[in-house]
Structure formats: C-alpha cells, structure tokens
Design a protein around this ligand. Structure first.
Ligand SMILES: [Zn+2]
Length: 137
C-alpha cells in the first residue's frame, strides 16, 4: 500500500472504483485518490458487494451509483458467476446509505424495526441499510 498524496497519511478506506481503478478516501484529510493499477482485476470486495446487491433486487444502475463500478462490469459479473435472482416482479427493496452515527440512531427508533426485514452491509466507510416492507401489501 502507499500513502495519501495530499497529506501522506497511511490511514485510508476504499471508496469505490473509478475507471477500473480502486479509489481511496484519506481518513485524516478526506482527500480522494486512486492507485494506478488493478487494470482488469477489480477488487473482489466490489464483485461480492455488487452481486450481493443484485441478489437483493437492486438494478444495475443503482449498483453503479452506490458502488461506483460501471453497470457493464456488474452485468458481466452476473453473467460470469451465473447469478440468478428468484422471480418476483413486485419485490423491490428500499435502501439508505448511513454513517455509523446515523445507523445507531436509526436502530434506536423501534418504529424503524417494525414490520420489515432489513440487512446492513458495510460500504467503504459507511453502511448500507436495505429494507423490505414485506408485511405490507
Ligand atoms: Zn490525506
């Protein structure tokens, strides 16, 4: 690994993939930077996340927006790993991107936990909460 080109800190987190290059966000100064490598080999982290989101019912465009990987890449991975989602046309989850504090606040409100299934997944330095209102019709 290397260090932040702006402040030389070695504390940084993954923040998406831009043009097939891993992007990082510096934890001390907030600067975004990419490393000039990867080429075709995108981090497994994003492949797993993308396929997970796909299975949860998100569209290719939504996955592109959330993860910063192109929807074409996501389509290719879905094909490559032969991922099929169960057919359900009415099913579409809602999701929020929250930081740790917002996530904690969210779970303190019992109203947010009633009548719905939800899943929290790590996303760079934030969290994504996916929620299904499956008990409504
Ligand atoms: Zn920095």
């Amino acid at each position: 690994m290397q260090s932040c080109p702006n402040c030389s800190s070695s504390e940084f987190t993954k923040a998406g993939v831009i043009n097939e290059r891993q992007r990082f966000k510096c934890k001390s100064c907030g600067y975004y930077f990419t490393v000039p490598k990867l080429g075709k080999q995108i981090d497994d982290y994003y492949v797993n996340k993308a396929l997970q989101l796909y299975l949860e019912g998100l569209t290719y465009r939504e996955i592109e927006r959330i993860l910063g990987v192109s929807h074409v890449s996501v389509m290719n991975w879905v094909r490559k790993y032969n991922i099929k989602r169960p057919y359900n046309s009415k099913y579409h989850p809602t999701y929020k991107i929250l930081n740790l504090g917002e996530l904690q606040k969210y779970f303190l409100n019992p109203e947010n936990l009633k009548g719905a299934g939800q899943l929290v997944t790590e996303l760079g330095d934030k969290f994504m909460l996916i929620k299904w209102d499956r008990f409504k019709d």
